[in-house]
Write a new protein. Structure first.
Lengths: 234, 335
């Protein structure tokens, strides 16, 4: 059974559909990457999986349970976490407070989870009393990912985690994401840096105009001459 | 030249009154800024919320006085204040339930909510005038002074006296306690942090599982408490008149905007800036300058920049200047 599957999603923000029969899935502890040209509906597909827009068709199953009609908040309680592309941290609050707010739904002791986040992103431990808005782009993304991990999710969704960060920081972030996946957390992410993202992906989805164009393992997509020519620049 | 007497006159007529007034404005502006930060609109009904809380407190004070209860040297109104706060909280929660919640669900624009609050203001205004009337009410009792001018003169041998009214001392102490408690709540408690998170980034707060209805309720309760306390302290220090409380809206908003809307620290700074500016500009400096300058330079006129009737012009001018040149205020609030 697939851990998280969003089948045949059709829908959009208003009258016009953006997604057409789009299917995404991720297995436990694996990394699935959504790539595609600008305006392909990658972020929209992600939002649809997380319940941030209403679907006209299709369904979303988490561990076999139909969660299509649940609100994003209810999905968080079910074990999903999402890092949006922008506005994904509380800029006026300290790093530690950001993590605390991430764990708002939890009533148990969060210090162990916080320790795990600090071990994953050691720089955050040094800056834990600093307002998150004062950090660099890469550090802010670490705060955002750390905040999402505080609920101890089963699925982590990332919308362009490396947008606007330098190549070195990007490599480092990808390493951390692999580490998170090894801990048994499924990862579904949208990426602009298609080549690097597919290198770490177990599954890759190439979307074009809101529909699946290619679906295969990351390695297979990287090897596919058509995918290379159309989407990876040769 | 007599600098000591100049300082005493300055403290007596400028420093102490302006500090007390500043503390009252700061508490009022804190309420406005909290509502703005979390509910995202300028609450024009805040002045009349203050009037309502003060009115309930006055009615309870009269009741307590009739029963023969007193608070020793302190004003009896302080004993009645908790009831005033509770009644104000009930009023604003009720208002939120039947008025604001509807517009929140519609995701109404902030400008619409401002006009809605204007309507709420007129209703509260009417309620207060209907119950207690439009006249001045003086409800301060207990010891009138901490130090009288005469005692001060006798103790120091100076020509000028320095008087500190009990209400002024109570105002400053109460403001410090309230502000400390509020900051502790916002910085240290889970609920307070969730309110800051909600104010910072509403969407992310919702995704984190923060319950918006609870945040809104607690915000109203805090705003009601701040309004009732500010109103009672102002009324004790001066007197209670519904129309004056309506007029307080201008200096309170000026204070909140000067400090930066949405910033609690800014509201406090703004309160004192507005209060001191008002008193500085409307005070007749003749006596202070007479002491501070050599005799030959002593002024013959009152050296009063503006008549006290124009004190609202001061808030208004500061407000315009800040909005033109520094729209986010001193502490970088929201514009």
């Amino acid at each position: 059974m697939t851990f998280l599957i969003a089948e045949n999603m059709t829908g959009g923000y208003g009258a016009a559909d953006i997604l057409h029969d789009c299917t995404l899935a991720v297995e436990k502890g694996q990394i699935a990457v959504i790539v595609g040209p600008n305006g392909a509906g990658k972020s929209t597909a992600m939002k649809a999986v997380f319940g941030m827009l209403s679907l006209r068709g299709g369904r979303v199953l988490l561990e076999g349970e139909d969660i299509t009609t649940l609100s994003p908040q209810a999905r968080v309680a079910k074990g999903m976490a999402c890092v949006t592309q922008t506005h994904n941290i509380f800029t006026s609050m300290s790093v530690e407070e950001n993590l605390e707010m991430g764990a708002f739904l939890r009533r148990d002791d969060i210090s162990a989870t916080m320790e795990q986040v600090y071990n994953l992103f050691p720089i955050l431990r040094d800056k834990r009393h600093q307002p998150a808005g004062e950090l660099s782009g890469g550090q802010r993304q670490q705060v955002a990912v750390g905040r999402a991990l505080m609920t101890q999710p089963k699925v982590l969704m990332l919308d362009e985690p490396t947008a606007g960060v330098s190549p070195i920081v990007m490599d480092e972030l990808f390493d951390r994401i692999i580490e998170v996946a090894r801990a048994g957390i499924s990862i579904l992410m949208v990426e602009q840096n298609a080549r690097q993202a597919l290198e770490i992906a177990d599954m890759g989805y190439v979307l074009v105009q809101g529909a699946n164009r290619f679906t295969d393992t990351g390695a297979a997509l990287l090897a596919d001459p058509e995918v290379r020519r159309s989407f990876l620049g040769g | 030249m007599d600098l000591v007497n100049a300082l005493v006159v300055f403290a007596n007529f400028v420093l102490i009154p302006a500090t007390a007034y500043g503390a009252q404005l700061a508490l009022g502006a804190l309420g406005v800024t909290l509502i703005y930060g979390i509910l995202r609109f300028s609450n024009f009904a805040h002045g009349d919320t203050m009037a309502f809380g003060t009115m309930v407190t006055i009615l309870c004070t009269w009741g307590l006085q009739a029963l023969g209860v007193s608070f020793g040297p302190l004003p009896t109104a302080l004993l009645a204040l908790p009831i005033g706060i509770a009644a104000t909280a009930a009023l604003v929660l009720g208002t939120d339930r039947i008025v604001y919640r509807f517009y929140r669900r519609q995701k109404a624009q902030p400008t619409i909510l401002v006009i809605v609050s204007l309507g709420v203001m007129f209703v509260m205004n009417g309620i207060v005038r209907l119950i207690i009337g439009v006249n001045d009410q003086n409800f301060s009792d207990g010891e009138r002074f901490v130090i009288t001018a005469r005692e001060f003169k006798a103790a120091t041998g100076l020509a000028e006296g320095l008087a500190i009214k009990t209400t002024q001392a109570v105002t400053v102490v109460a403001a410090i306690v309230v502000v400390a408690a509020l900051f502790w709540f916002l910085q240290r408690t889970r609920t307070g942090k969730s309110m800051r998170a909600f104010s910072d980034n509403e969407d992310l707060a919702l995704l984190s599982g923060i319950n918006p209805d609870r945040v809104v309720q607690i915000t109203w309760i805090l705003a009601a408490a701040l309004a009732a306390i500010a109103g009672v302290l102002y009324g004790l220090d001066k007197s209670f008149k519904p129309f004056t409380y309506f007029q307080l809206l201008l200096p309170i908003f000026a204070a909140a905007i000067v400090g930066g809307l949405g910033s609690p620290l800014g509201a406090i700074a703004g309160g004192f800036i507005i209060a001191f500016s008002e008193v500085f500009v409307t005070y007749a400096w003749k006596k202070v300058l007479g002491y501070a300058l050599p005799d030959a330079w002593a002024p013959e006129t009152l050296v009063q920049l503006l008549s006290t009737d124009y004190k609202f012009a001061v808030s208004f001018t500061i407000l315009i200047v800040v909005l033109l040149f520094m729209p986010t205020g001193l502490f970088r609030g929201k514009s």
